[in-house]
Design a protein around this ligand. Sequence first.
Ligand code: FES
Length: 576
Amino acid sequence: MTANGELRSAQWFGATGRTGMAHRSWMRSQGFTPEVFDGRPVIGIATTWSELAPCNVHLQRVAESVKRGVWQAGGFPLEFPAMALGETLLRPTAMLYRNLLAMEAEELMRANPLDGVVLLSGCDKTTPGLLMAAASVDLPAVMVTGGPMLNGKYRGTDVGSGTAVWRFEEDLVAGRMTQEECVFAEGCMARSNGHCMTMGTASTMASMAEALGMQLPYSATWPAVDARRYETAQRAGQVIVDLVRQDLRPSAIMTRAAFENAIRVNAAIGGSTNAVIHLLALAGRLGVPLSLDDFDVLARDVPTLVNLQPNGQYLMEDFCYAGGLPAVMRELAEAGLLNAEAITVTGSGIGANVADAPCWNREVIKTMAEPLQPAGTGTAVLRGNLAPGGAVIKQSASSPHLLKHRGRALVFDSPADYYAVSNDPELDVDEDTVLVIRYCGPRGYPGMPEVSNVALPKKLLLRGVRDMVRICDGRMSGTAYGTVVLHVAPEAAAGGPLALVRTGDWITLDVPDRTLTLEVSAEELAERQAAWSLPAPHASRGWTRLYCEHVLQADSGADLDFLVGASGHEVPRESH
Ligand code: FES
């Protein structure tokens, strides 16, 4: 809506004279009748469909269902493409482009005659990217994520996307699996449309969108091929028309209370550490005060309730049949851990949405009384002289015996440097060693890729070692596991202390105490700092240069400094 309560699309399609004629006539080349310009809400459907983003490839069908709902409710739907980010193909990392998607989608929403938007996402970065865009434009918006794949099935067992890849790789290196078996397993793991069906980043961010109130209840969990995914999409088309009429915008939905809900839900589902970065960036767009420490403080009272890989046993299809996210939120609400009044796209508070949500399988969705893992075992925020800006560790994906650990550093300036020697039987490493992999942060790689959980050295794998402490300024896939300290800030490429660690230094990790300490004196670190120099820039032009010059550190969500905040939807000037 405009400030005087009119639909903003009327500025385009309701105009008289040459300008209005131009806006309407070219649209009619698509075969629309004149009635579509009668003042009904114009709904954009931002789709991140692409054959290069396999997790989103079915979004064209989802869009058709959304359109049905928009027409039904008296709106005028118009689908438009937004940058598709496929996690598995994009180099150096899809994360390098999350902010570009957010910027592109923001500008498209603002520059076009839209009154509201439905956001179609799926793969990891597409969900936060579109939410960030909608937050900065602040037009009424509903998200519809594409849903998870069906459970992977390999030789009679369930295999989870991502999570199984790490295990297959270790089994291959250790000789427990052949190359032919691995190729066969690839097809067994990804056997339908949809995003990763573990509680990886895509499932986590779909759940975050639902917990924030930006998707309809149950949207996060319907499998991509389930008819109810398409039913929900149609419902979303109806809902967005209502939201436009009510002028209910993302800024009224994604409040501090909603973020607190999302953080607690993330702890309850055993969600990805990537949610930390994405929620911080999203809050920055909305001007919601949120800090890295909020994730630790708010999650401390929340046990892990959802028994999904990589922390547990099951997969998203099982989670759906067990009752989905509403059943989890009901548990939190009944324990006083949900801000029930937080308004959602249904127009109701989230507490009302989930008050009667049933659970059909307590093996998959546990109770507060008998959780999968006790409160305080979610994502922890660490600080110390090695991470003055903070770092995170996913306790539920770590080995309990390593959460308090002291070891000597073995340092590499890139994952490639490490992998060049990781199979060397003479590598000076044992299970107590702390692997430091650096220059993997937002500026350093660039883009902060998911490379932090490097595979263990072959000689240790052959001895049966399955985990060791790793420290990195990059990220880790939500589907991965291991005792890995992530998101170290400031990153090495920004001159953080991680750049000053030397092989042989002692490092102490104390997760219960929330500390990460490099046992080197301040004087010695100052000397090393004086001898350190800034790495050469990665790019002299284009997006990568812009990104490296403006990206914020992980503890601020790795958004670009000039994209923080909102510009709103006003476009005061005519185009013709
Ligand atoms: Fe797309 Fe995992 S690769 S969700």
